[in-house]
Design a protein around this ligand. Structure first.
Ligand code: ACM
Ligand code: ZN
Length: 629
């Protein structure tokens, strides 16, 4: 008995030793661990000691808010309640300084930490704000209790930094599921810590209309509500007769103003999208007279799409444009953004082909087809947006009649839309699905409520907003786009966003390909405790085994295992027991499946510590994924 206990203690000591060793190694390799990586970083000698006597010194009256924001964050992180003062101060200071020599645009900054003090130099509030974010990442991750009353050590460093792209975005689809303004504020706060600066809100779709339009009250009285459903979206049952539409919600105009103000405080611009002429079932449920059929409809509850219902507004009916002018007018007054996104994607034109007024429009406007009618529609809505002093933005669609010339374009299916549009002189935002769609799953499809296809962290890391052939000067930047058919709550919203948004932040601020995957993943790992501390959920699936089927020479199914990150050991079992380090370790040779095995289970370890999940995948599932050619 004692022998066993001693053996166990020995093991624990060994494992702890390995943890300490691996922590010191990663700390030595990369003591700064910043995301995004700054443009230039030079390590200095010594440390700045931040304690209760440190004072924040403002540069001008106008950055008082920023000084207070820094003080508040430092209070949360360290417990110190630092004074914010206007004039120079002897002693240890964190100073905001104006420096007109800083190049790189309004978001550029310099951060200089020495044993004497911390200087954040910029010439615009944006620059100071990003200097603050970098400084906060230099603080050690400690719980408040651990650090209260202790001095906080910040390593000496000189950083010069400015973003590669002006549009560093995330899109949240608040239609498929509604997220309250509190959730959106927490999302804004989190993205701003990583220097992301655009939040594109997909406010309308088949599943809900989410913004109050005072002149069109039914949009939210009717269009914001659907019957409650949980589970896989494609298997949902349609509303039953008499069933109450109780699920949903919307932002009042006051909510929007509050969100816009919160965004402004964190240098995140809110860009509204209303998606027309397709994706419009919530609008049509509210005002059925605006569809071609004029028949009564219900807001989609996630039940499978069915061509017996149209989700497209009528392009032949002038009332539709009058209606959209009212919507756009109110949006233009609510959102200070230069852009209003008008959607324009995935229009099923079958009802337009059958509709007498749509056909009449085709004739009157000398259009060749309903495809050209789609261009006509977008051009007309673009003009409305322009008439309100805003710039139209829309999803790229390959239309023979083209897209409105003045419209900025989001390239979403792949890079092609961005390449073509940028060469025509249009501004583009890159969000190619394969790299940046955050609704795609991050781990094994069998273990997630998987939607469409996979997009692992290592794939998002490869996102390049400047593919070959693109007109670079017209690329505003890019974004991750989070569609929420399968995202019912805030925890899942965070889980789908992080850590992939780290990769987006790095690509859009620093530029693509500026650091190695290993360097990046080390930094990601060092930020996970920061997410934990902020109670932000995230995916750890990048620690898991990747399980794939391959066919051997005789067509028998073999199982290959791999990992996204290096240095992991994969243990596996076929005996329906959770494997551990006493099970066989995968050695690189694809596995033959023992006769009668029902499942493979895998687990990953690093330096003797479990890092990945135990995954159980049926052999039949792997068989299904690996068709005989
Ligand atoms: C889109 O994913 N339909 C823009
Ligand atoms: Zn019509």
């Amino acid at each position: 008995m004692i022998k066993i206990v001693l053996k166990l203690i020995g093991k624990v000591v060994m494992v702890l030793g390995l943890i300490v060793l691996s922590l010191t190694c990663s700390a030595q390799n990369n003591i700064f661990n910043l995301i995004p990586q700054p443009v230039r970083l030079e390590q200095g000698a010594g440390v700045f000691i931040l304690n209760a006597n440190t004072v924040i010194v403002l540069a001008t009256e106008s950055d008082k808010g920023l000084g207070e924001l820094l003080a508040l964050r430092l209070k949360t992180l360290t417990g110190y309640d630092l004074k914010v003062v206007k004039t120079a101060h002897a002693g240890r200071t964190i100073r905001f300084l104006s420096d007109i020599n800083i190049k790189g645009g309004k978001e550029a900054y310099r951060l200089e930490v020495s044993s004497k003090g911390v200087d954040i130099k910029a010439n615009q509030p944006e620059g100071w704000f990003y200097g603050i974010q970098t400084l906060l990442q230099l603080l050690p991750v400690k719980s408040k209790q651990e650090s209260v009353g202790l001095s906080v050590r910040i390593p000496a460093v000189k950083i010069e930094d400015a973003p590669r792209f002006q549009w560093r975005g995330l899109m949240v689809d608040v239609s498929r599921h509604f997220f309250s303004k509190e959730v959106i504020k927490r999302y804004i706060l989190q993205m701003s810590k990583y220097k992301m600066n655009v939040l594109h809100l997909h406010l309308t779709d088949n599943q809900g209309w989410r913004v109050e339009i005072k002149s069109l009250p039914k949009l939210t009285e009717v269009g914001a509500w659907r019957v409650p459903r949980t589970g896989y979206w494609r298997n949902q049952k349609a509303p039953e007769p008499g069933e109450q539409a109780t699920d949903g919600g919307f932002y009042t105009q006051d909510d929007i103003r509050e969100l816009v103000a919160y965004g402004r405080q964190h240098f995140v611009e809110l860009v509204p999208e209303i998606d027309v002429p397709g994706h419009s079932l919530a609008l049509i449920a509210s005002y059925p007279e605006l569809s071609c059929t004029k028949t009564s409809q219900q807001v989609l509850a996630g039940d499978p799409w069915n061509a017996s219902r149209t989700n497209v507004v009528c392009a032949g009916n002038d009332s539709v444009f009058v209606f959209l002018e009212k919507v756009i007018d109110e949006l233009a007054g609510l959102f200070p953004s230069k852009y209003i996104h008008i959607g324009g994607d995935e229009v099923s034109r079958a009802y337009w082909d059958k509709c007498p007024v749509c056909r009449q429009r085709v004739k009157d406007e000398h259009l060749k087809s309903s495809e050209e009618l789609q261009s006509y529609f977008l051009k007309r809505v673009s003009k409305i947006v322009l008439s309100k002093g805003k710039k139209p933005l829309g999803w790229y669609e390959n239309l023979p009649g083209g897209l409105p010339e003045e419209m900025a374009v989001m390239s979403w299916k792949d890079d092609k839309g961005g390449i073509l549009s940028s060469n025509k002189g249009q501004q583009v935002v890159m969000t190619p699905a394969a790299y940046t769609y955050l609704d795609f799953y991050q781990g094994d499809q069998y273990l997630e409520n998987a939607i469409f296809t996979v997009n692992r962290l290592s794939t998002t890391f490869l996102f390049n907003p400047l593919p070959k052939g693109i007109e670079e000067k017209n690329v505003m930047g890019g974004q991750g786009s989070l569609w929420t058919e399968q995202v019912p709550n805030e925890r899942k919203l965070q889980f789908m966003t992080w850590p992939r948004a780290f990769a987006l932040s790095e690509t859009l601020w620093t530029g693509a390909g500026k650091s190695s995957w290993i360097n990046f993943i080390n930094r990601v790992e060092s930020h996970l405790p920061r997410l934990d501390k902020d109670a932000v959920n995230y995916s750890r699936y990048f620690y898991d085994a990747i399980v794939s089927g391959i066919r051997g020479a005789d067509k028998t199914l073999l199982i290959a295992l791999s990992t996204e990150i290096e240095g992991l050991k994969i243990y596996y079992s076929f005996d329906d027991t959770d494997p551990d380090p006493y099970y066989p370790v995968y050695a690189g040779q694809p596995l033959r499946i023992p006769k009668g095995a029902q499942n493979i289970r895998t687990v990953t370890y690093r330096d003797g510590v479990q890092v990945g999940r135990v995954m159980k995948i049926p052999v039949a599932e792997i068989e299904r994924r690996t068709p005989l050619k």
